[in-house]
Design a protein around this ligand. Structure first.
Ligand code: FES
Length: 568
């Protein structure tokens, strides 16, 4: 019996018949008996005209197919859900787990020996890695690559840090509608995903650092020839991985996740990566406590001078050597014996990397970093018993220790309705609090955590304030923004007990977030708390009933293996 033809058979109660009919149906692509023995490589193609970060996948898929054929495999392309950040309501995060389920189930249901996953936009890479981790057949991640740099009047533009920056300047009355429109035309100038170190670029770097992508694949721009060469190489490697039976669980080990977190900290990457890495790891029964991120952040130098925390963009990073050069610089901190999709260890992959001095401002030397520690701090206190996070390098240093009066918004709708109201009682020293924007509450934990600065303060020159929420923020965003407060307000977390005028203490150095209201008063407020209204039907109901909190990765409870159970 032929292996790949006998894999994941359609059930008719007669395996022989299942193979017989499958062969008959397989012939339509021109394959014959000689081909039926070859490994079948699924190419999970998330190309979509609505997901603009994935519109250019055609030539990439063709290059991967060429690579598979050259190595003696049969490439078969199949679709799954595609999620584009800017075109999905209310937020792609609501559908990340759906995409992960789609990926896992299609890998498991079809007769595949290996799979190449093609993603790119923020949620797609984590969703595909979550699915591949659970399906656990040989797999390689490949992303569509970042856009090339944009430019306006001699200034480099990057989506979406500059989308936010120039919108804020427009609201502040600093630039005209005409200029805003010209900038808009240059913000996203080529195919690819956002080209700053936002969530898409961060997760791509993490995927490469943990060994799931070929070296260099995270940073090469979408439009460069090198991306197609890497795609072809990925196709070839995929066949080799099947022969070696090298599955994701053998690559994504606890040490590999530590390497990924080091890379995340070294590039000052997106806070979203914290949630996604926890979710991917838990699929493999690996626990990544929030404190681990904090600890690794404190001991990893920030050397990737990349926006929004630094100066350059992915095109520049790629020119400087990309993730392999970054990892070379971090070599002394990494677990070098971890296996990767090259079939070699990460140490072997970076052994001969040389970093050109020409690009030393983009990837700083280990001993001469931008900052001696990395990008994400974990806060705790009576306002966030299960943790909250902040990206100190994207914040205003003067606000990292701040006591202020809460100005509370009870939902994203309330925020939208009142934040720019000229009668809103607010000053620059206040702390803007957004409630009920967490995983269950919004639902889907939208990127609303970078609350807009009230227009009347913008016009007075205010550009940053302390903001606290149970929401997320885009990896391209910036400011003194406390995110992922857990437990979230809508399930009874203390964030939901905050009232206008309460005092809040933020102390990032000491990792503290405290609501300065006495316990007796909080108890009274707790007694008034009402449980959330859950969606009455459909996927949103499933989501709200089963989504885990931010510190647990926001996966569905029924998709995560029992972390306590001993399976030995
Ligand atoms: Fe797709 Fe930014 S919108 S990565």
């Amino acid at each position: 019996m032929l292996s790949n033809q006998g894999k994941n058979l359609t059930s008719y109660g007669d395996a022989g018949f299942s193979i017989f009919i499958r062969r008959a149906f397989n012939r339509h692509l021109g394959f014959d008996e000689a081909d039926f023995n070859k490994p079948i490589i699924g190419i999970c193609n998330t190309e979509s005209e609505i997901n603009r970060c994935h519109t250019h996948f055609g030539p990439i898929v063709e290059a991967i197919k060429r690579g598979v054929l050259m190595a003696g495999g049969i490439p078969l392309e199949f679709p799954t859900i595609s999620l584009g950040e800017i075109f999905t309501s209310p937020t792609t995060m609501l559908y990340r787990n759906l995409a992960a389920m789609d990926t896992e189930e299609m890998i498991k249901a079809q007769p595949l020996d290996g799979v190449v996953l093609i993603g790119g936009c923020d949620k797609m890479t984590p969703a595909q890695l979550m699915g591949a981790a659970s399906a656990d057949i040989p797999a390689i991640m490949f992303t569509g690559g970042p856009m090339a740099n944009g430019e306006y009047e001699g200034k480099t533009l990057g989506a979406c840090s500059d989308c936010r920056y120039y919108w804020q300047e427009y609201r502040a009355g600093k630039i005209s509608e005409e200029e805003l429109s010209k900038i808009n035309a240059e913000l996203a100038p080529t195919a690819g995903h956002c080209m700053v170190m936002g969530s898409a670029s961060t997760i791509a770097v993490c995927a490469e650092a943990m060994g799931m992508m070929l070296p260099g694949a995270a940073a090469v721009p979408a439009t460069h020839n090198r991306r197609l060469q890497l795609a072809q190489e990925t196709g070839k490697k995929m066949v080799e991985l099947v022969e070696k039976e090298l599955t994701p669980s053998k690559i994504m080990t606890k040490n590999a996740f530590e390497n990924a977190i080091r890379a995340l900290m070294a590039v000052g990457g997106s806070t979203n990566a914290v949630i996604h890495l926890i979710a991917i790891a838990r699929r493999l029964k690996i626990d990544l406590p929030l404190e681990w991120f904090d600890e690794l952040g404190r001991t990893t130098p920030f050397i990737g001078n990349l926006r929004p925390a630094g100066k350059y963009q992915m095109e520049d990073f790629s020119r400087a050597g990309g993730t392999p050069a970054l990892l070379k610089e971090l070599e002394s901190l990494l677990h070098l014996n971890e296996m990767t999709v090259t079939g070699k260890t990460i140490g072997e992959n970076i052994k001969d990397i040389k970093i050109s001095e020409v690009y030393r401002d983009i990837i700083k030397p280990f001993d001469d970093p931008l900052h001696k520690d990395g990008g994400i701090a974990v806060l705790r206190g009576n306002l966030a018993p299960d943790g909250a996070i902040i990206k100190p390098k994207a914040a205003s240093p003067a606000l990292l220790k701040h006591r202020g009066r809460a100005v509370v918004f009870t939902s994203t709708q309330d925020l939208e309705a009142r934040i720019h109201d000229p009668h809103l009682e607010v000053s620059a020293e206040d702390i803007l609090v957004l409630q009920n924007a967490g995983p269950v509450g919004a639902p889907g934990m939208p990127e609303a955590g970078m609350l807009p600065i009230p227009e009347k303060l913008l016009r007075e020159g205010v550009r940053d304030m302390v903001r606290i929420s149970d929401a997320r923020m885009s990896g391209t965003a910036f400011g003194t923004v406390v995110l992922h407060v857990a437990p979230e307000a809508v399930i009874g977390g203390p964030l939901g007990l905050v009232r206008n005028g309460d005092m809040i203490d933020l102390d990032v150095e000491n990792r503290k977030l405290e609501l300065l209201v006495d316990e007796e008063e909080l108890e009274k407020r707790r007694a008034e708390w009402k449980p959330p209204v859950i969606a009455s039907r459909g996927y949103t109901r499933l989501y709200q009933n089963h989504v885990l909190q931010a510190n647990e990765g926001c996966d569905f409870d029924f998709l995560v293996p029992d972390m306590e159970a001993d399976e030995s």
